[in-house]
Design a protein around this ligand. Structure first.
Ligand SMILES: NC(=O)c1ccc[n+]([C@@H]2O[C@H](COP(=O)([O-])OP(=O)(O)OC[C@H]3O[C@@H](n4cnc5c(N)ncnc54)[C@H](OP(=O)(O)O)[C@@H]3O)[C@@H](O)[C@H]2O)c1
Length: 358
């Protein structure tokens, strides 16, 4: 068994590096591009910082997707907006390989146009990893990687791929609920990404701000859950993490007098120390294209199919595209984002006393 990784940036290098440790660098081929790829290819090893320790992991890193022709299983980790191009380049060399797609965005139709459905495995990972310098990775949060069939014909491929990843030392498991889990993650990211528009801490400057919660989080969550219902999608909780209804419950509880204050205090303590850094924020900061068209864009696509409106997701897409056109690191103020949501004509959905500054 030879394993490939296509789009070996942060996630791909981490997963590929761990697999190379277990299966040997000669059996795991990482394919990527840019300064990170050039550095690892020249040096022959990755530097991984995890849990206070630094590891040097020998890997085979290539720049040409032709090298994937040797593989039976390819982990596909380019960002969603690079999917079509990467698939186009690699498809001639994928032969009969199973593709394990690990992305936050959802664009399954792009895969099924090119790869037989019985070879398409969908994945989602709860790890958080970043490239801190070319050739260097930092694991910020460890977690499970969940795999399942992207289409019903791929159950066997998904089980086999899970065995390979778990056998390689990754915390991977198979789930038939992968679709619902992916859509939960998509929905949570869709709300969290709004905090990136103003470079705000999602918890302490977003959810814990009553106006942000009432004008943005709650209406957006309701829009997303409404679209999912109309599209026949059942979001499933992410094991060990959150669910969309759980997030909605937190928003409602924060409005309650005593228990809300207590919950807010606990959340602030936790997330001021360990803020959630969304990739959309990192992309805006670096002046890179974001995945918004495959996060909020996927919800808008589902809404259109179900004849439903999704004005707030459309608004987020427009706001992100506005920022993408500005110099890197340009953001709105939080109040500007709240105003733009208010102007979208959606009334605040939570009751409670008049808004106060938090
Ligand atoms: N990082 C995380 O902690 C994390 C956690 C959960 C999920 N995810 C999801 O996992 C996916 C990957 O994220 P990431 O953070 O690993 O992104 P990333 O660091 O940008 O890695 C993707 C890599 O693929 C390269 N690439 C793009 N097109 C390519 C092509 N045609 N051929 C070869 N290489 C190509 C990119 O190069 P360029 O930069 O030149 O385009 C980049 O180096 C995303 O969907 C993300 O949302 C990430």
């Amino acid at each position: 068994m030879k394993i490939g990784v296509l789009g070996a940036g942060a996630v791909g290098s981490f997963l590929g590096g761990l697999l190379a440790l277990r299966y040997g660098p000669e059996n795991v081929i990482l394919v990527g591009r840019g300064a990170h790829a050039e550095t690892v290819r020249t040096r022959g090893y990755l530097v991984l910082s995890a849990r206070g320790k630094v590891h040097k992991i020998p890997v085979r890193f290539e720049l040409d997707p032709r090298n994937l022709a040797e593989t039976n299983l390819v982990i596909f980790c380019v960002k969603s907006h690079a999917t079509a191009e990467a698939l186009h380049q690699a498809q001639p060399y994928l032969q009969n390989a199973t593709l394990v797609v690990i992305q936050n965005g959802i664009c399954d139709y792009l895969f099924s146009e090119r790869i037989p459905q019985d070879r398409l495995v969908a994945g989602t990972t709860a790890i958080n990893v970043a490239i801190t310098a070319p050739g260097e990775l930092a694991l910020q949060l460890d977690g499970f990687t969940m795999l399942g069939p992207m289409f019903p014909q791929a159950v066997q491929a998904a089980r086999a791929a899970t065995d390979v990843l778990a056998g390689g030392g990754l915390r991977a498991f198979f789930t038939p609920e992968i679709h619902g889990i992916r859509y939960t993650k998509l929905g949570i990211n869709a709300v969290g990404y709004v905090s990136c528009l103003s470079a705000s801490n999602f918890i302490s400057e977003g959810l814990l701000c009553r106006e942000w919660r009432r004008r943005i989080a709650i209406p957006l969550l309701q829009e997303i859950l409404g679209v999912y219902q109309a599209a026949g999608i059942q979001p499933r909780p992410i094991p060990g993490r959150s669910s969309l209804t759980g997030l909605a419950r937190v928003c409602r509880t924060l409005d309650l007098p005593v228990i809300g204050n207590f919950l807010g205090w606990g959340l602030r303590r936790l997330f001021d120390r360990r803020p959630i850094i969304f990739s959309l924020y990192q992309d805006l900061l670096a002046g890179k294209k974001t995945e918004v068209d495959y996060i909020h864009g996927e919800i808008v696509r589902l809404a259109k199919l179900a004849n439903q409106p999704a004005p707030l997701c459309e608004l987020v897409i427009n706001l992100v595209h506005e920022l993408e056109k500005k110099p890197p690191g340009t953001f709105f103020t939080r109040e500007e984002v709240i105003d733009r949501f208010s102007a979208a004509g959606v009334a605040p959905l939570s009751g409670g006393p008049a808004p106060r500054k938090e």
